[in-house]
Design a protein around this ligand. Structure first.
Ligand code: ADP
Length: 505
């Protein structure tokens, strides 16, 4: 993971989704608190307003007028008052006193001390007044009042005192009262506000979550649209936050996948092409022999050509099999102490007849004892391939191939130098790619011998990398080539390093 500079980290922090979500969340909570507090305050303001009292007064005057008529009629006729005809609120009370304050009738429940207070005020003209209830805990009927919250500082009643007159004569005193204001249970108010708050929080939270997760949706949609044939697509999310980072990582992964798919497709196409060519030639040779050849020499020539093509195919198939098994990590490499000088000498000896045939001299420089940990068979075929290439491509142009070993710090280096044609610099970066050949001709220049498969250096690179080493090439046109293989030396008395069998680089 790349380390970020302080300034980049700061810039990232200030544009991060984490910070933005926190700020959004804070703003939302502040908004919610204002809404909750404001609505509570508004409710209070409304319930304690004059409008409420005015409404109470109007209701009291209306009810008192109707009741006064009902009571006057009943008192004059000396019958039971029929107050049921007057529609009263459930919490409204009615008290009728005789002029001497004896109680004649009562509707609703009233604490005894309130009745006493009213008896003391049963004189004079129609008056509107308030009385407070000092002790809410007890009532005249002995019932406990439920826990309620009155917005006034002191709970009480709004009362209208109306004398009941028969002409000028006072025959009764009527009190009609209503609780000072609506006594709304605090639990109800909180429940309502809480419910509204939760509703707003749920809607806001849903919106906030949707807004923050929009890039994830977009990433998911694009990821769903991408398939193996459309790996050129990229998210290109230009954001400097966590989602931008995620999208960039995703794009990098897509780029790697695209490269891997392209490589795979090219490999398959190259492999088919390489195998198809010898097959076509074999087919042609057979047809020609069957239709045109008449002498034993012509048959001999056709069979020799078929053999060459067959050997070429076998070489390709063997190399492909090796690379495929290497890719799948199926090749079990031996781990033993290997002296590179033994390997180099064996490879040179093996290739001396070929060099002589091609009129090339192989010289060896210093070959000191250099112990590396590895697989002698694979290391041998890697070095043989490099020397064989040097002989093959130098033939007809140069005369010498030189092999030497050296120690460079903790590493052993094997060098194979030739004075052949050299390789143009624009080919060098691709030299170790599978099926890459500088000269695409199927036969080596000036000879009828088959060219290579283009897999030798890819296999050599795999072997070197598996041994934790490195392979380099230095070459310029006309001045020959130098291949160098660096391998870690086995430290004295050190534990054996694990060989990696992963060639998917
Ligand atoms: P091939 O089977 O064709 O030799 P390699 O992978 O071994 O495949 O080599 C890849 C290509 O690199 C060769 O086709 C050749 O063009 C070039 N090459 C390899 N070694 C040399 C060399 N010593 N001199 C010039 N060209 C070379």
């Amino acid at each position: 993971m790349k380390s970020r500079s302080f300034l980049t980290s700061c810039a990232f922090f200030f544009s991060s989704v984490r910070l933005r979500l926190t700020l959004w969340y804070l703003a939302f909570i502040a908004f919610l608190m204002c809404l909750f507090g404001g609505s509570l305050y508004g409710t209070q303001a409304y319930l304690s307003s004059d409008a409420i009292n005015a409404r109470l007064d109007t209701q009291l005057y209306q009810d008192a007028q109707q009741l006064r008529d009902v009571y006057r009629t009943a008192l004059l006729r000396n019958v039971q008052p029929n107050t049921q005809t007057v529609q009263l609120s459930s919490n409204e009370f009615v008290l009728l006193l005789e002029p001497d304050t004896t109680m004649l009738d009562m509707r609703g429940t009233l604490p005894a001390n309130i009745i006493q207070q009213l008896q003391m005020r049963a004189e004079g003209n129609q008056t509107l007044f308030d009385i407070s209830i000092p002790d809410q805990g007890s009532s005249s009927s002995g019932e406990r009042r439920g826990w309620s919250w009155n917005w006034h500082s002191e709970p009480g009643y709004r009362i209208l005192m109306t004398p009941v007159l028969n002409g000028q004569e006072r025959v009764g005193v009527l009190f009609v009262g209503l609780p000072h204001s609506f006594s709304i249970p605090i639990v109800t108010i909180w429940m309502w506000h809480g419910f509204m708050g939760l509703l707003v929080a749920a809607i806001g939270g849903y919106w906030l979550a949707g807004k923050s997760l929009r890039p994830v949706k977009m990433i998911t949609r694009t990821a769903n649209e991408i398939n193996a044939t459309d790996l050129r697509r990229r998210l290109n999310l230009k954001r400097r936050d966590e989602f931008g980072e995620l999208a960039a990582t995703f794009d990098q992964m897509l780029a790697r996948l695209e490269a891997a798919f392209k490589q795979q497709a090219r490999f398959t196409a190259d492999a088919s092409h390489e195998l198809r060519t010898p097959l076509t030639i074999i087919n042609l040779e057979i047809n020609q022999a069957l239709t045109q050849a008449s002498t034993p020499e012509e048959y001999q020539q056709a069979l020799e050509q078929i053999q060459v093509e067959n050997e070429q195919m076998a070489a390709i198939v063997n190399s492909l099999l090796l690379l495929a098994r290497a890719d799948a990590g199926q090749i079990a490499l031996q781990q033993e102490e290997v002296d590179l000088s033994d390997i180099a000498l064996a490879s040179v000896e093996r290739l001396l007849p070929l060099a002589q045939r091609k009129d090339i001299t192989i010289s060896t420089g210093e070959l000191p004892e250099l112990i590396v940990q590895g697989d002698p068979h694979h290391l041998g075929s890697m070095l043989t391939n490099l020397i064989e290439n040097a002989i093959k491509y130098t033939s007809g142009i140069g005369k010498h191939v030189h092999v030497e070993l050296a120690r460079e710090g903790e590493r052993a280096v094997a060098r194979v130098r030739d004075d052949g044609p050299g390789i143009a610099s624009d080919h060098l970066p691709f030299l170790f790619d599978r099926f890459y050949r500088v000269d695409k001709a199927r036969t080596q220049k000036g000879t009828e011998e088959p060219g290579g498969t283009g897999l030798g250096l890819a296999i050599a690179q795999w072997i070197v990398q598996t041994h934790h080493g490195e392979i380099r090439v230095h070459s310029t046109i006309g001045s020959g080539s130098l291949f160098e293989v660096y391998l870690p030396l086995q430290p004295e008395g050190a534990a054996k390093p694990e060989l990696t069998c992963d060639n998917k680089k």
